[in-house]
Structure formats: C-alpha cells, structure tokens
Ligand binder design. Sequence first.
Ligand SMILES: [Zn+2]
Length: 153
Amino acid sequence: MRVAALMLLNIALVEGKRVRLRLAPEPLDIHGRIVARVLVVPENGNAAEETDACAVLVKEGLAKALGLGMAQEEYQEMKALENEAKAAKAGIWGLENANTAPKPYCAADKTKIYHRSTCAVARHIAPANLHQYDTAEEAEAVGLKPCGKCLPK
Ligand SMILES: [Zn+2]
C-alpha cells in the first residue's frame, strides 16, 4: 500500500509536467547517484510557484529525508518535514511496527512451533500470520515448542 500511495502521489506530482532539477552542492553521492531536488514548474513558468516534489513526498510520509550530498540547512528543512510526518503518523510512519526491529523469536498463526526470526522457515511466514516474541520463554508460555532446525532453545 505504501508503494502504491507513493507511486500515485509521485505520478500526480510530476507526470506530464515540466520539472527542473536543482543539483545539490555535491551532485554525486558516494554511490555515484545524482543528488538533486525535483521542482515542478507551473504552467506560467513562475519560479516562485514551483513545487518541491521531494519536500511534498517527505511531508506526506512517503519518503525519508537523507542527507547525502545535500547542503546542511536543506537537510535540516527536510528532516523537520520528516519529523512533522512522523508526529502525524503520515504515510510510512503510520504503519504498525514501521520503526521497530523484528523481535528475535516468532511463530506462524495456528502452529505449535516457534523459531528464531532468522530461521529459513520463519522467513516464509506471511506478516499477517506472524506472532513475535522477545524471549524463548515468552513463546513457550503460550504453549509453543522450539523448532528442530533453528534450535531457538
Ligand atoms: Zn526454525
């Protein structure tokens, strides 16, 4: 859903429109990628009315602020927009567990076995069926037995 929302907004922002790229002070990042702000030019060509597509995506919670190659003050502006989006739980920031690491143990819904989260079996559990535990004891407390392959205990 996040990708779909991002694509729809991105398309609405720029498709069929004239854009201007404002290159960053260091226009190539350490990976050789071009760093630039994408500015959507209005029909009347008035530069004062350009829309900063990058800022819109960050503000809507559909992109993260990354500082590679950007001027420090521009990065701070983007970070402020990102913090607004986080506070409003907009876009990716509203997704459950969006900002949390997976717990070390897990089990699939309606099974009696728990795994280490790194287990090959565990990686095939669909997110909707996934139950996670901080400790092996926590998993066993709900009646689960350890997996014979990843030996979580
Ligand atoms: Zn396992």
